[in-house]
Design a protein around this ligand. Structure first.
Ligand SMILES: Cc1cc2nc3c(=O)[nH]c(=O)nc-3n(C[C@H](O)[C@H](O)[C@H](O)COP(=O)(O)O)c2cc1C
Length: 329
């Protein structure tokens, strides 16, 4: 048997396969089942910043009705409210931590530089092993420039890094003009990892019933190429870890992500489609590849991947372009 152990965000993982943030990581039963199937770690279902703020404002208004502008009350209220909102998440974390030793990464879905930073600290105190910041914002307003959005992301990351000492990773979308530069800015802020990439919810029309419905929620087995490319292109250019997320539906793709240099790989849609037991198929398929290629460790996979890469990431991109599209009539 090859050794699947690896390090991600400074955490010791028994293998590089993580279950990404989703409904499957929102209940203790489901998480324990995934841990039992052998996953290397889990990213909890995101706490949503909007939820936190809405609850904060609603309760603040109700609270003010009773206590006018009493600052002590507001201080207490602020503290109490954050505690209440947090309790459910904390119970989930306690439950998992008392029943299994799978590393737990909490996720916060961040939108703004706002009121919610204390949650990062509370999550740290609750004993999670790391924090994943899900920077999910669709820049649909024509007045807002790219620079503004990136600056707000950097500010969020900077603030969170000031609040916590546990490792922090940033999960981003693939839609940046200057993706490599943006990742390098997170790297310079000292994040321990970047997750490439999030998947956006896409709406669609239901033509029969004249209403808006959800587009395809799950990725398909063909959706991995962009993640693979960016992991390969960024690996040697940044010091933080890279986690591949998007379109991993087979052991072959899992192995490819590791060849590209991923320090860990997240899977979600494939588990919704195939059930938690698919974790075992992915891991045994990875073992098979390692045996076939005579690779004893995850580091050996990285080494093999590096040996296949041209030295310069830009050359890699250009060569591929010319090779595949230049000759295509
Ligand atoms: C049903 C569902 C729920 C999700 N919920 C979250 C979430 O709460 N937070 C988050 O960061 N990503 C969420 N995601 C995105 C996944 O974590 C993952 O980044 C994306 O689905 C790409 O991976 P995949 O191709 O393996 O599905 C969700 C995805 C699905 C399908």
């Amino acid at each position: 048997m090859s050794d699947l152990r690896t390090k991600y965000l400074g955490l010791e993982l028994k293998n590089p396969l993580l279950v990404g943030s989703c409904g499957l990581t929102g209940t203790a039963d489901s998480i324990l089942n995934l841990a039992d199937k052998g996953v290397g770690g889990i990213v909890l279902k995101s706490l949503f910043e909007e939820e936190i703020i809405m609850e904060y404002e609603k309760n603040l208004k109700e609270g003010l009705g009773h206590a006018d502008n009493n600052l002590e009350f507001l201080d207490y209220f602020d503290y109490q409210l954050k505690r209440d909102k947090f309790d459910g998440y904390r119970r989930l974390i306690d439950d998992i931590k008392s029943k299994c030793d799978v590393p737990v990464i909490a996720s916060i879905n961040c939108y703004s530089v706002g009121e919610w930073f204390a949650y990062a600290k509370l999550l740290e105190e609750a004993g999670v092993n790391a924090l994943e910041l899900n920077l999910y914002r669709i820049p649909s307003k024509i007045q807002i420039e790219a620079r503004e959005i990136i600056e707000s992301y950097l500010e969020i990351v900077k603030r969170v890094k000031e609040y916590v000492t546990i490792p922090v990773s940033v999960k981003i979308s693939p839609y940046f003009t200057d993706l490599a530069n943006v990742v390098s800015k997170f790297d310079l802020l000292g994040v321990e990892g970047v997750v490439l990439f999030n998947r956006f919810y896409s709406p669609d029309f239901d033509l029969e019933n004249d209403r808006i419905i959800s587009g395809p929620v799950y990725s398909s087995a063909r959706d991995y190429a962009n993640t693979l490319r960016w992991v390969a292109m960024l690996k040697e250019q940044v010091t933080c870890d890279l986690c591949a997320s998007g379109g991993v539906h087979s052991a072959d793709t899992l192995f490819k992500m590791l060849l590209a240099g991923a320090d860990s790989v997240q899977v979600v849609s494939a588990l919704y489609k195939n059930g938690a037991g698919f974790v075992r198929d992915l891991l045994s398929g990875l073992q098979n590849w390692m045996v076939k290629k005579n690779l004893a460790s995850i580091q050996d996979i990285h080494k093999l991947g590096r040996s296949m890469m041209p030295e310069n990431a830009e050359v890699f991109e250009r060569v591929q372009f010319m090779k595949y599209f230049g000759d295509h009539n």
